[in-house]
Design a protein around this ligand. Structure first.
Ligand code: PLP
Length: 374
């Protein structure tokens, strides 16, 4: 059987990885400044993470959500404390799209309404409603196009007011920093105004923190830069450092009932331990602070490069905008400098998403390699 050929692959075959170094099948080392789409949060094969997962595997890897799983309770408690979101309830699933799908579904259950508002250049995943809320025609099948979604320009409050005033909106979904789109952000004023209008019009505000959450932006959640309280927060990516896990944090004023949401694999023992290990490392190694400090260092170093048109993002969720498309540069960085970076929907933006425990020395290596190829 052949693989379904949907990915244009780089010709690199990683066989092992440690920290930010990936080694391929020819023993060539690469520096990972992308973390496989913002997934690697505490570095590849972090010893604490490996130990925790191995120990759990020796005990029990999985049982369904029909029995008690104290690891889920431990995870909810720890996540509530570290993220300062103790007034939320946790539902666990397996990916970012699934998190958003459940968030949108909860918004519709809660309000009894059906229309979604999302924003231009947003990305929310590939499941039915999540992909319909994603601003990319190409990945929406006719089936998905049946969803009622209005995609509005970011930071234009007047068009938002017109749509929310119609009274039929169940959910407004927004990223604090647009990952796939190319690192654009809502302003604090815009984010606060839409939060107020959602409250007034009884629409559920969903913060899609799948990419910007778990410390990446220099705060636990990206929306925390804007002093707002979403109704639902979706999480995945950095949460499991590579173990597939996602979830939603649901404000305590949204009530649960048996059977409302569900999943076979979500919240399994290994997924809980992977996430607990990530949180333990984030706390012990003070990684949110490191993301902030290293983000500032990145800004300073990038500011010295004349070809950089604009520096985008926060913490270690970063982008460099050039006045040319970066695909060829990314190829040179991989094949000649042995360094992984990311692209975006905005083809002129180079995305930088390293593990949160990188050092200034690592960052210097990145800039030396970049300068050699510019
Ligand atoms: C902001 C955001 N939401 C949702 C998703 C979808 O996550 P997943 O690929 O785990 O389904 C992504 C993936 O890139 C994302 O960046």
């Amino acid at each position: 059987m052949n693989l379904f050929d949907v990915y244009p692959l780089y010709d690199v075959t990683p066989v092992s990885a440690k920290g930010i170094v990936i080694t391929d099948d020819k023993d060539q080392e690469f520096l990972d400044f992308y973390g496989g789409h913002a997934v690697i949060s505490i570095g590849h094969s972090h010893p604490h993470y490996v130990k925790r997962l191995k120990e759990q595997l020796d005990k029990i890897g999985f049982y369904s959500n029909a029995v008690q799983n104290p690891l889920q309770v431990e995870l909810a408690t720890k996540l509530g404390q570290l993220s300062d979101c103790e007034n939320y309830q946790l539902f666990l699933c397996n990916s970012g799209a699934e998190a958003n799908e459940n968030a949108l579904k909860m918004a519709s259950f809660h309000t009894g309404k059906t229309r979604i508002i999302s924003f231009k250049n947003g990305f929310h995943g590939r499941t039915s409603a999540a992909v319909a809320a994603t601003d990319n025609e190409k990945i929406n099948a006719p089936l998905n196009k049946q969803q009622k979604v209005t995609i509005l320009p970011l930071n234009e409050i007047e068009s938002f007011k017109v749509e929310i005033d119609k009274g039929d909106v169940c959910a407004v979904i927004i990223e604090a920093i647009q990952g796939v789109g190319g690192l654009d952000e809502p302003t604090t004023q815009f984010y606060q105004e839409i939060a107020q209008l959602c409250k007034k019009k009884k629409a559920v505000l969903i913060a899609d923190e799948v990419q910007s959450g778990f410390g990446r932006s220099g705060k636990f959640f990206g929306f925390q830069h804007h002093d707002i309280q979403p109704d639902i927060i979706s999480i995945a990516k950095g949460m499991g450092n590579g173990f597939p896990v996602g979830g939603i944090l649901i404000n305590e004023n949204i009530k649960a009932s048996y059977g409302l949401l569900g999943t076979t694999f979500g919240g399994n023992h290994l997924a809980c331990v992977a996430t607990l290990a990530v949180l333990e490392v984030i706390e012990k190694e003070n990684l949110i602070k490191n993301a902030k400090v290293l983000g500032e260092y990145f800004n300073q170093k990038a500011g010295e490069i004349p070809q950089v048109k604009r520096i985008k993002g926060r913490g270690l969720m970063l982008g460099l905008e050039f006045d040319f498309e970066v695909a060829a540069l990314r190829k040179k960085l991989i094949y000649k400098q042995h360094l992984f970076t990311g692209g975006a929907k905005d083809k002129n933006v180079l995305r930088i998403l390293p593990a949160l425990n990188i050092t200034k020395k690592d960052m210097d290596l990145f800039f030396e390699a970049l300068k050699r190829e510019l």
